[in-house]
Design a protein around this ligand. Structure first.
Ligand code: HEC
Ligand code: HEC
Length: 246
């Protein structure tokens, strides 16, 4: 397994009262076996998170859109981020900061989060990610009509499981996030964005690019089937502890 160094370069610019942190694009780093690997994207500072600081920041800034328990909000179209892996949250905030996610004009929700991400410094991201990880998962529920969980299960086994694992918990080695806490409508929305090149369209965004290729030829109907199956997985595996590897 190729290991990648976590490095983060910062250009600090002052914009009115808010400091803007803008990391430079992905750096290639060579690993001991000579394989060139692209660095793991992370917007977080090294070290143990300060969960109390994360909680305070969350309540002040994030809760208004993501809910007090990180449960998300269908009206605001914000995802349930409670219990997402810390490395995934740090990576996504890094992608918003690098303008890889949330910059296409049709990506109304991504644009909102893109703006918020620019105000987060690495220590804040580390503390927030640690706090979000500590929140209790809100398992995926079926709210959309038309999904066929059985067909979804078959598709999931064929096309998703290798990266997101049998239980939809994701896998840090593949940088694939946890699916079973996301709302069904958010899952469908993200699959659509990946397919249509609204998310995962930047060349450097290797993980997003993978999801683009996976979804490229898929239909809305299969997205509904998959979301229905992920809700089943959530019911089955919500209490299973994720493997922790960083
Ligand atoms: C103005 C509303 C708003 C605020 C405030 C906000 N977010 Fe978001 N956030 C969103 C929306 C909308 C999305 C969904 C973007 C999309 O659909 O691609 C999102 C997405 C995210 C994601 C990506 C989730 C995933 O599954 O990929 C993370 C992580 C996140 N927000 C963390 C935070 C944190 C941490 C804070 C507080 C510092 C915060 N957000 C504050 C609106 C907001
Ligand atoms: C080759 C590995 C791979 C396969 C196969 C794969 N994924 Fe992913 N998936 C990823 C990675 C990596 C990400 C993180 C993308 C990013 O960083 O933006 C991701 C992200 C996602 C997200 C967004 C999660 C969020 O919190 O916003 C959803 C939803 C998703 N995948 C569903 C699926 C489904 C459904 C399938 C099967 C049809 C699938 N994936 C197949 C690797 C994969």
């Amino acid at each position: 397994m190729a290991r990648s160094r976590k490095t983060l370069f910062l250009l600090v610019a002052a914009s009115s009262a808010v400091a803007v942190f803008s990391p430079i694009s992905a750096e290639e780093t060579s690993t001991e076996n000579g394989v060139v690997d692209v660095e793991v994207i992370s917007a977080a500072a090294e070290g143990e998170p300060d969960l109390a600081a994360g909680a305070e920041h969350f309540a002040k800034v994030c809760a208004q859109c993501h809910g007090a328990r990180g449960e998300g909000n269908v009206e605001l179209k914000t995802p349930s981020i409670a219990n997402l892996p810390d490395w995934y949250v740090s990576a996504q905030i890094g992608k918003f900061q690098r303008h890889w996610r949330g910059t296409k004009p049709e990506d109304v929700q991504g644009i909102q989060m893109h703006a918020i991400a620019q105000s987060l410094d690495p220590v804040a991201v580390r503390d927030l990610a640690g706090y979000i990880r500590s929140l209790e998962i809100v398992p995926t529920q079926v709210t959309l009509d038309g999904g066929n969980a059985e067909r979804g299960a078959e598709l999931f086994r064929e096309r998703c499981m290798e990266c997101h694992r049998y239980n939809g918990r994701g896998e840090s080695a593949f940088r694939s996030g946890q699916l079973i806490g996301l709302q069904d409508w958010y899952i469908v929305a993200q699959l659509t964005k990946f397919r249509d090149g609204i998310r995962g369209h930047k060349e450097d965004d290797l993980e997003g690019g993978k999801m683009h290729r996976v979804t490229e030829k898929m239909t809305e109907e299969s997205f509904l089937d998959l979301a229905a199956h992920i809700a089943d997985l959530a019911e089955r595996y919500k209490d299973e502890r994720p493997r922790r590897r960083r």
